[in-house]
Design a protein around this ligand. Structure first.
Ligand code: NAD
Length: 481
């Protein structure tokens, strides 16, 4: 589907759908425990394609008993095999997994787009290549842990819980460093996006990974609670909302479990008047419309210097009018489906609050498909710092625009949030970039770019965005003693 507000700005593309014949989605899936797929004792739930509302498969919902079985399998594998194996041998498995991911990248990308709703262009060119790179990167560390500076001993069994926005990428961020350090894992994917984690389980089998080193339990919050609360877990690694992160911190308080939390964000993307405006507009678009804005580090608050605000907004609206919203499997698509009906309701609710509180809402003319969950790219002007759309994470394709006059005002506004995950700075001056990076309370600061991820680079937040780092040498710290 094309959207065009100004004639001549864009033109129609012929549909270019990626074939889904490469994926083999089973009618139902069990749990992956001790190297095998097993039936769960609990109920089952359905996972749907958010672009069509088609039911894709029935998924086992792990109960306390299933979680216990998975933790026991991880403990056995830890005690008997994985913690005793030299790092150079562990590395071979990680390299093998990385290679298989690269070999099966098209299948993984198509399945991710079907289950999540993200455009194939992103799952194919961003998610899956970084997933493979992450395993390659941590494979390299497995026999060099003594040089990392965080101790050489693994912690034991890691309970890992991930969200739905980057299902496979978050899995890689969790599993690759844990395994490299000699830990075994029980991972729970999000309930709306379990399929690529289950395909990853098959990849573990294909790589001959010793049984029990990776276990995948599917389910919702209850399964996650059982996993976090299990007495034989040594480490909890969570990525998700700040609300659930706080609940997890309460659960593990007073125990010896180690915890890392990667939570929400409300990043400022700051555009100075000396910035290359066209590049900045690309960065603004990438910052908030990449992955439908379902990005913890999304540049959801645009702070633009007053003297260029009108020009930036004009060009931004023109660029937004060229974004194609529609079929995630179409290679022309820029913005795919919202991941779930619940998330769509939340985006609608907060956008309505934005209008009710006095901000001005704008979207390009945009025809949305009749089935599935969709939201047009949207921006709000006349936003004040007190507005809920300037404070709360919307986690959708919605940008709040604020202005500033001086660098000090930009810093004050950028830091005026309970979060502290990321920020972007657009300016011609290197010295200004360094000064801003020093003053912004954000774990990641991008300069003249946005939403760039690399396995060698640590990622994580300040304040309510959590604690601990994933990626790079720093990412080893949470899995070593
Ligand atoms: P969520 O917190 O609702 O769920 C995340 C995961 O936790 C899911 O697997 C869910 O089943 C599980 N869960 C829910 N309740 C639980 C409980 N009581 N105990 C244990 N597990 C529980 O978050 P979401 O809606 O899936 O994801 C969106 C959030 O994730 C956003 O806030 C986003 O910013 C954040 N996120 C952060 C990062 C980061 O690196 N900082 C990355 C991606 C997403």
């Amino acid at each position: 589907m094309t959207t065009s507000a100004e004639p001549g700005v864009t033109f129609d593309y012929a549909p270019a759908p990626e074939s889904r014949s490469i994926v083999d989605i089973k009618a139902s899936y069990g749990l992956f425990v001790d190297g095998e797929f097993v039936d769960g004792h609990g109920k089952a739930f359905k996972t749907v394609n958010p672009a069509t509302e088609e039911v894709l498969a029935e998924i086992a919902e792990a109960d306390d008993h299933d979680v216990d079985r998975a933790v026991k399998a991880a403990r056995r594998a830890y005690d008997r095999v994985w913690s005793k194996m030299p790092g150079s041998e562990r590395a071979k498995y990680l390299y093998r997994i990385a290679r298989i991911i690269a070999e099966r990248s098209r299948e993984l990308a198509v399945l991710e787009s079907i289950d999540n709703g993200k455009p194939i262009r992103e799952s194919r060119d961003v998610d899956v290549p970084i997933v493979s790179a992450h395993f390659f990167y941590y494979a390299g560390w497995a026999d060099k842990l003594k040089y990392a500076g965080f101790g050489e001993q693994p912690l034991g069994v890691a309970a890992q819980i991930i969200p739905w926005n980057f299902p496979l990428l978050m899995l890689a961020w969790k599993i690759a460093p844990a395994l490299a350090c000699g830990n075994t894992v029980v991972l729970k994917p999000a309930e709306t996006t379990p399929l690529t984690a289950l395909l990853f389980a098959e990849i573990c089998q294909q790589a001959d990974l010793p049984p029990g080193v990776v276990n995948i339990v599917t389910g919702a919050g209850g399964t996650g609670q059982a996993l976090v609360g299990h007495s034989d877990v040594d480490k909890v690694a969570f990525t998700g909302s700040t609300e659930v992160g706080k609940a997890i911190a309460r659960t593990v308080a007073g125990t010896t479990k180690r915890v890392t939390l990667e939570l929400g964000g409300k990043a400022a993307n700051i555009v100075f008047d000396d910035a290359p405006i066209d590049q900045a507009v690309e960065g603004i678009v990438n910052g908030i419309f990449f992955n439908q804005g379902h990005v913890c580090c999304a540049g959801s608050r645009l702070l633009v210097q007053e003297s260029v605000a009108e020009d930036v907004l004009h060009r931004l609206k023109r660029r937004m009018s060229t974004l194609r919203v529609g079929d995630p499997l179409d290679k022309n698509t820029d913005i795919g489906a919202i991941n779930s009906a619940e998330q769509l309701a939340r985006i609608r609710e907060l956008s309505d609050v934005g209008e009710a509180e006095g901000a001005a809402r704008w979207s390009p003319a945009c025809e949305l498909p009749s089935h599935g969950y969709w939201f047009p790219p949207t921006l709000f002007t006349d936003v004040t710092q007190a507005h809920r759309i300037a404070r709360e994470e919307i986690f959708g394709p919605v940008l709040s625009v604020l202005t500033f006059r001086t660098p000090a005002e930009a810093v004050a506004k950028a830091n005026n949030t309970p979060y502290g995950l990321s920020a972007g700075v657009w300016t011609d001056k290197g010295s200004r970039i360094l000064k801003m990076a020093n003053e912004l309370r954000a774990g990641v600061v991008w300069a003249n770019t946005f939403n760039k991820f690399d396995p060698t680079s640590p990622f994580g937040g300040y304040k309510e965005s959590g604690y601990g780092r994933e990626g790079g040498r720093h990412g080893l710290e949470g899995y070593l003693r």
